[in-house]
Design a protein around this ligand. Structure first.
Ligand code: PLP
Length: 478
């Protein structure tokens, strides 16, 4: 089988300002390795032929050749007849290893808190109280009635009246985003996403063959006039937004902009995925957050919103329960589309989710308390050790966006990997080549790990070389 071949230009864009002082094959190999770990280069991708890549990078062919040899030796790539050097699928035991093959000691690549401490107790209760769960076939593409009722009731409590027929339970938010994108978008359609944003949502839009336009979000949030202007200009069929505690900035959209944006999007006949995966994780105090769809001034506007929620960040990432809230006809449409791809959500996980929702206020209180403390620790450490960095003023969520003041995100990330800290560089959150000046810092790890990570960041920043002469493709891609 011939693998998908990456062009030399595209790989150069993805590499961003990777180049340091050494300009050596080891450095190039470790940058490509980072792209694989971050998911920017999928297993099975064929790397460009050596000569065009050498020309694009302005290096000798011998250096590129030595780099590919290194990638094969370290198991990142392999030689496949007819395809050349191809990225290899990592074995599960390797996925958490650093460049030296040792496991990473610290991880700031995932913005994901540990399981909620009461989860085991919920499991024991579930087994004792719901033996009936195991009497069904277990195939369920819509969701158990009790869970859909509990999710709908929460929306109603939060100020958005909702009935169970507006809810479909999914295998997490990620699944919901992909399902909606492939149901509503076709090749050549226009879609819109904030930039930066959650990388897998961008992939979901792009995977349909749709064009992906961008809505800039800065360290101080959305520019209201520019946002409306971009929506008018692109007239997207489907948009993807994170209006509350946006990933990666942690910022929230103003209520005025929500109303205007929704009116504008629906006037153009578009739909919007509103990702509220982290909307209920508030910092400083536990606050109730009004769902985005409640900003609709008319019913037809509300029908354009497909809200995605999840227990992944509040209860546990390993509890693969998410949902979509939409108009009942849209739920039916999504369910029909879903059957092509999967056979449903596990009944047992839905039992646990229903029990977790009974205690959701307590869970959110716990999360809010610990994330507030962790956010404070991270902010203080960065202010003390890296005073030149500027952090976004997050009001919730699990991460902040740091402006480094210099285009060194990829080299920083590579240096961190050498020191045992896994860190996703800024360009992963936008189109290739942009956001070299930024890095996402999650604060979901323990306070001790955040203190240790900040020390590594300080060392890595001091050691990370300044970008070389290569000013690679900084243009925004629409
Ligand atoms: C904004 C956002 N949406 C969705 C997801 C995926 O959530 P889930 O674990 O429910 O699939 C994540 C996880 O990182 C996220 O940050």
């Amino acid at each position: 089988m011939i693998a998908h071949r990456l062009s030399a230009r595209r790989l150069t864009q993805l590499l961003g300002n990777w180049r340091g002082e050494g300009h050596g094959y080891l450095e190039l190999a470790s940058s490509i390795d980072l792209l694989v770990r971050d998911g920017a280069l999928a297993p099975g991708t064929a790397l460009p032929a050596e000569r065009p890549l050498a020309e694009e990078l302005g290096m000798s062919r011998t250096t590129v050749s030595a780099c590919y040899q290194r990638l094969r030796e370290t198991g990142v790539a392999l030689t496949r007849q007819g395809s050349g050097t191809v990225i290899r699928a990592p074995r599960p035991s390797e996925t958490a290893a650093g460049p030296s093959g040792q496991p990473f000691e610290l991880d700031l690549s995932a913005a994901c808190p540990e399981p909620w401490s009461g989860l085991a107790e919920l499991g024991a209760r579930g087994f004792a109280e719901h033996p009936d769960t195991f009497l069904t076939t277990g195939y369920d593409t819509l969701g158990r009635a009790e869970l859909r009722e509990a999710i709908a009731a929460r929306y109603s409590q939060r100020g958005l009246p909702t009935s169970p027929d507006q809810i479909m339970v999914t295998l997490g938010a990620q699944h919901a985003i992909f399902l909606i994108a492939r149901t509503l978008l076709s090749r050549g359609d226009r879609s819109l996403i904030e930039s930066p944003s959650y990388p897998h949502a961008r992939e979901a839009l792009a995977a349909t063959g749709a064009l992906v336009a961008e809505l800039p979000v800065g360290l101080s949030g959305h520019d209201a006039a520019a946002t409306i202007e971009t929506v008018r200009r692109t007239s997207p069929r489907l948009s993807y937004l994170i209006p509350d505690h946006h990933n990666p900035t942690g910022l929230s959209m103003s209520s005025e902009l929500r109303t205007r944006l929704l009116a504008e999007l629906s006037a153009q006949g578009g739909y919007v995925i509103v990702d509220e995966t982290t909307a209920e994780l508030t910092l400083r105090e536990r606050r109730s957050v009004l769902p985005f769809a409640a900003s609709a001034e008319h019913a037809h506007e509300e029908d354009r919103v497909l809200t995605v929620g999840s227990l992944g960040k509040t209860v546990w990432g390993g509890l693969r329960i998410g949902w979509v809230r939409a108009a009942p006809e849209m739920i039916t449409r999504l369910e029909v589309s879903r059957r092509i791809g999967d056979l449903g959500t596990g009944s047992w996980e839905q039992v646990l989710a229903t029990l977790a929702l009974e205690r959701y206020e307590e869970i959110l209180e716990d999360r809010s308390r610990s994330l507030t403390a962790r956010h404070r620790v991270l902010s203080e450490q960065i202010a003390a050790l890296l005073p030149g960095w500027q952090l976004s003023r997050a009001d919730g969520g699990v991460c902040v966006w740091a402006d480094l003041g210099a285009q060194r995100s990829s080299t920083l990330s590579r240096e961190c990997a050498r020191l045992g800290l896994q860190l996703t560089p800024g360009p992963r959150f936008g189109s290739p080549g942009v956001f070299e000046r930024f890095v996402r810092l999650p604060f979901s790890a323990s306070e001790d790990d955040l203190v240790a990570s900040a020390r590594v960041l300080e060392r890595a920043w001091a050691a990370a070389p300044q970008p070389g002469v290569l000013a690679v493709h900084e243009e925004a891609v629409i």
